[in-house]
Ligand binder design. Sequence first.
Ligand code: HEM
Length: 532
Amino acid sequence: MNTLQFIRETGIEQFYHQWIQPRLRDKKAIGIAVAIALLYSLHRKITKPPANLRHLPWLGFYKYHKAILSNVTVDQFSRDITLPVMEKSSGAFLQPMVGYWIIQLTDPIAIKQLLQKIDIFPKSKINQGDDGSLMYRFIGGDNILMLNGDDWKRHRKIANPAFTRAMPVKLFGELTTTMFKAMDGLGKKIDVLDLFSRVTIDTIGKAGFGFDFNALTNRNSEWVENYDNVKEGMLDPFFLVFPTCDTTLLKWFPKRQKVHDQLTHFLEMLAGIIEDRRKTMKEARENGTEQLVEAHERDLLTLMIECEENENATLSNEELRRNLCIFFLAGHDTTAFTLSFMIYELAVNPEMQERARKEAIAILGDDPYDKLPDIEDTKQMSYINAVMKETMRLHNPVLSTTAREATKDCVLNGIFIPKGSLVSADILDVHRNPKVWTSPYEFNPDRFLPGGEAEQKTSAGTAWIPFSSGGRICVGMNFSLVEQRVILSMLLRKYKWKLPSDSIHANGLKTHGVAFGIISSTNLDIDFEKRY
Ligand code: HEM
């Protein structure tokens, strides 16, 4: 039978004449058919990775976005969504974003190679969000976190010495005693997220900008209120998934517009701090009084402005302002969340809390008054340090590094990365990767004691990277670690604490923030009992 006969005998011809031919004259039907075809091809395009990335396993597009929009907890996200894909992969998987895919690395050696090759893998512009969006206006543009190449080196050259010289241990201790006074007025049950957010805002204010935000002493601080609204706005998954609503269509969202206005006010207040500082420094220079404060107690902004003059590398007021935004965001929430998660873990593991307390008492004594640790004391806190490291392994506030863009075809520990693709070090998943850590969901600080599991892991690659690694490692790492040691050791001496029986975290810590990549929590109330 030839094709013509086949068509006639099977009834296809009749079907064509009766059904298709008349409808071909109907323009509406053609329009619908074309729209369906286009939608189908669009659906395939956005839900399936491009052909050159299909050698890697991927997270389901709808599953991922449904989880994001329903504000899934980090634990559910890692156990139900990334873990099954990670187990199938050999150290990398694809994460679907709106309009593009990111390679997430979960293999420590591949991560090490990625983070060392900063010239081959510069930071992608995609991190900054859409021009004009809340995120772009706050943390985008030319700043130390986002820039690449010589521009980034100029910023880092100015920030590095400031961070090395400024280790205001005394200030950390003094602010902790102010925090204790604030705790006296809060009763037994205290929301530690709010408490630590306030103490770390005041720390970055004083140590970073030489400015008193009064977050601990004034519960209605304009700074805190403004910043909290902006932060909440940035974390809103709706505007992350539909960024046009945050820019072109903003006028249709009056509530969002109000958050933009608050950000404008916040940025103006930061610009004011810089102008005042330049003015006071100029006056001090003219009066010959500028060296009266010790270098390690001078604030980062002052040190950066001084450094500009000494290193012959300048930052404009606008660049300084943009960096202050990064220090503000990166410099306090991350530490506040880490402290809160640590207090939680010690609340649900009382024997670990007691062990950490014994160490604090052995170093600082047990006299019934606040003892401020000095830098040498903080170096002796090996168990407290292990508790901090294990908290950052299991609950690191930063989910993954910002995305890098491959400038050429590359192989990272056997994983092929095609030129032009976006790639990140997946901090959450490498820290919970069962091929890397034994019982990764278990909180066990002993891993980080001398001779523990961590020593073998880190030597093999980059299995513990809460602060990233390589040339673009967090510039505030030591600042944060010393701040954490001071606050935790002083708390351990003064208080015992436990999780209230009605806590929403009774069955495990509930953290959120997968969409934005910075992890937080809510209602983290803890019962504190004074020891003196
Ligand atoms: C627990 C506390 C902290 C954590 C977990 C943390 C984490 C990180 C991570 C993962 C990065 C790398 C981002 C990337 O390359 O994509 C980073 C970079 C950075 N962090 Fe932190 N950070 C913390 C505290 C701080 C503090 C206290 C400051 C400043 C006061 C700070 C300032 C910065 C800056 C400026 C960068 C960009 C460095 C560069 O690209 O040269 N961070 N941080």
